[in-house]
Design a protein around this ligand. Structure first.
Ligand SMILES: Nc1ncnc2c1ncn2[C@@H]1O[C@H](COP(=O)(O)OP(=O)(O)OP(=O)(O)O)[C@@H](O)[C@H]1O
Ligand SMILES: [Mg+2]
Length: 274
């Protein structure tokens, strides 16, 4: 479990550019959860996940992973973080070396490194034949997979992804989301930062909405998407399926608008008109 208590953070404190990014955030993330973090631009999402991963040291508040402070290396090792546009951080000469970089730094044996490279390439759907290629010969979507495989090769118990599908075409996006879903099914706890309410609807069991560094909502996507006050305040638009049923409901048909997907919407409409 990740246990976050009374976290506050201000960038450039004591300067004229001072900016409070997080205010007194407390939050527990249970093992096996698929948590989404939503919120407008500048609401504090990326700051929060960097603190959770131990990349920003906080003067106020604590982060504990399985009861151990994130200040400890062994706690930090349990968390993998995929930044926005992670492919920009590839730098090795071959795909294999890039994915092996983290495990090698951990001091694992060469045999273990080789098996982790293969395993994580398969997890993200990369052909093993690409191992000896330069990452720069690959497509953007493939490069992103290499970057994610490099994190998976560290076998994190908790995986944090910041807008992992940004800039991908619809097909690559769909594939990547399916892979994230599979990782979750394999037991990895997922924390997904996303601007896409459709993705959150399809994947997350819990969603946190941040506005101006505070938690405005913490609950299921189903409850969030019918909570108009919260949505308005946070500047979020519910998925098309939810919006459609809200419209139909306002027009007088007795439907429950708490649906997440097109299939659920269809079932609910059939139920109402039967
Ligand atoms: N390195 C930094 N120095 C100063 N201020 C920063 C820095 N990084 C973020 N901020 C400020 O802190 C606030 C929170 O930023 P953060 O990047 O966490 O938001 P976000 O929710 O991830 O936004 P986005 O959806 O645009 O990625 C913003 O007001 C931002 O301008
Ligand atoms: Mg961000």
């Amino acid at each position: 479990m990740i246990d976050i208590k009374n976290l506050s953070y201000t960038y450039m404190k004591g300067t004229p550019f001072e900016k409070t990014a997080l205010k007194n955030i407390s939050l527990n993330i249970d093992d096996g959860n698929f948590l989404a973090i939503a919120g407008h631009t500048g609401s504090g999402k990326s700051t929060l996940i960097q603190i959770i991963a131990g990349l920003i040291d906080v003067p106020k508040g604590t982060v504990e992973v399985d009861g151990e402070s994130i200040k400890n290396k062994s706690a930090r090792r349990k968390i993998g973080i995929v930044f926005q546009y992670p492919e920009h951080q590839l730098f090795e000469e071959t795909v294999e070396r890039d994915i092996a970089f983290g495990p090698r730094n951990f001091g694992l044996s060469e045999d273990e490194i080789i098996s982790r490279v293969d395993e994580s390439m398969q997890l993200v759907g990369l052909d093993l034949a690409l191992k000896d290629k330069s990452p720069f010969e690959l497509s953007g979507g493939q490069r992103r997979r290499v970057a994610i495989a490099g994190i998976l090769a560290l076998k994190p118990k908790y995986l944090i992804l910041d807008e992992p599908t940004a800039g991908l075409d619809p097909r690559a996006k769909k594939n990547l989301l399916a892979e994230i879903k599979r990782l979750h099914e394999l037991g990895v706890t997922i924390i997904l930062v996303s601007h896409s309410m459709e993705d959150i609807a399809n994947l997350a069991s819990r969603v946190i909405v941040l506005t101006d560094g505070e938690i405005l909502f913490d609950g299921t996507p189903r409850k969030l998407f019918v909570h108009e006050k919260i949505l308005n305040r946070a500047g979020l638009i519910p998925p098309a399926a939810t919006k459609l049923l809200q419209k139909i409901s306002r027009a007088g048909l007795n439907v429950n608008a708490e649906v997440l997907t097109i299939d659920e919407a269809e079932n609910e409409i059939w139920r109402a008109i039967k």
